[in-house]
Design a protein around this ligand. Structure first.
Ligand SMILES: Nc1ncnc2c1ncn2[C@@H]1O[C@H](COP(=O)(O)OP(=O)(O)OP(=O)(O)O)[C@@H](O)[C@H]1O
Ligand SMILES: [Mg+2]
Length: 341
């Protein structure tokens, strides 16, 4: 327990997450996740990326059924909710407004306290949901659609970014290279899927040579683009005929790069408790490579289960529950916008 941490008993909390294109609600009781409903918006697929205006409209449509479903699964009635949590940012403003307005409306009508949660803090604390014995400080490789950071997590409220991308995020690198080879958005999970039977050494791609713990993915994206353009000029069926090898080579390049930086962070900090978080933490190669480190380098590794990697309200509920223990409540007039430190 943290210093000044209050014992919070018999607390049932409802959390709402609408930062991007997933509408999600979760009920947590005394720190245990009772439900985690995620409704992903398929409306964006044909545009090859998230369209902000369509995302907020879909949240408006989804939020009541998603919250009702989360209450139903957890066998909880609205009158038994003790606090409401919501994602304050970062994210798309229109999307955030739907979740924050809904949460505030509920808090007013139920006369219950409100807790705002930073989306990235929620990702970074997600490894704790199933690993309550994870001791601070620990390292977290946060790899999502919009961020790539190596974070020293000193406590539930103290985060130190010790490395970060200077351009694209790892998730973007997956999605943008997937687009180059004609895969729909989001391409990360598809690259992972098509990699399974591929040869990861088939093709070589350049990746950012940035000193220290910082990273860069824009050169990698260009390297894939030029290679595919060149090969496709010679043979129009090149991508089609080599899809698994291309995907496997892309995946291997990104994951090896992330692992090299993470290993350097362990060396520099001397901390061997290591976690991963964010959508790219669902990548099967990254999960395997980090688990290998428990044997080869004596790392203690903490990996969230898949449903807690991509956007979900359970991680928001968990972070809010932790904030509630130190009485970090939020005013009703807090604006839905937040950066990470
Ligand atoms: N198996 C996978 N392999 C690689 N990438 C994946 C996999 N599964 C999901 N992703 C990627 O994860 C990203 C989505 O993660 P997440 O939902 O955490 O991002 P976000 O919420 O949009 O961004 P942020 O959290 O930075 O605001 C997408 O880029 C997606 O392609
Ligand atoms: Mg996210």
């Amino acid at each position: 327990m943290q210093k000044n941490e209050r014992v919070v008993q018999n607390i049932t909390l409802l959390a709402i997450e609408t930062s991007c294109d997933d509408t999600s609600a979760s009920v947590i009781k005394n720190g245990e996740i009772l439900s985690n409903v995620v409704s992903s918006q398929s409306v964006h697929i044909k545009y090859g990326g998230v369209v902000p205006e369509l995302a907020s409209r879909a949240h408006q449509k989804n939020i009541i059924p998603v919250v009702n479903h989360a209450l139903q699964i957890s066998k909880t009635q609205l009158k038994n909710i003790d606090a409401i949590a919501y994602t304050i940012g970062p994210g798309l403003l229109g999307s955030l407004l739907v979740g924050s307005s809904f949460a505030k409306g509920l808090a007013i009508s139920l006369n219950k306290p409100l807790i705002s949660v930073n989306h990235l803090e929620a990702h970074v604390l997600a490894p704790l949901i199933e690993n309550r014995n994870l001791q601070f400080p620990y390292l977290c490789l946060l790899v999502s659609g919009g961020h790539t950071q190596i974070i020293l997590v000193n406590s539930i409220t103290d985060f130190e970014i010790i490395g970060k991308t200077i351009d694209d995020a790892a998730g973007e690198a997956f999605d943008k290279t997937a687009k180059i080879i004609g895969l729909p958005y989001p391409g990360g999970p598809l690259i992972d899927k098509y990699s399974q039977n591929g040869n990861h050494d088939a093709f070589k791609f350049a990746i950012g040579k940035v000193p220290g713990l910082d990273l860069s993915f824009s050169g990698f994206k260009t390297s894939v683009l030029y290679f595919i353009q060149k090969q496709s000029k010679k043979d129009a069926t090149f991508v089609q005929n080599n899809l698994s090898d291309i995907c496997s080579s892309i995946r291997k390049t990104i994951i090896t790069y992330l692992m090299t930086k993470l290993s350097l962070a362990v060396k520099q900090t001397g901390i061997n408790r290591v976690s991963i978080a964010g959508g790219v933490a669902a990548n099967s190669l990254l999960r395997n490579e980090i688990i290998k480190k428990t044997e080869t380098e004596n790392w203690q590794v903490f990996i969230p289960k898949l449903e807690f990697c991509t956007d979900n309200a359970a991680m928001v509920a968990f972070a809010a529950y932790a904030k509630m223990k130190i009485e970090k409540f939020s005013p009703l007039d807090e604006a839905p916008f937040a950066s990470f430190k």
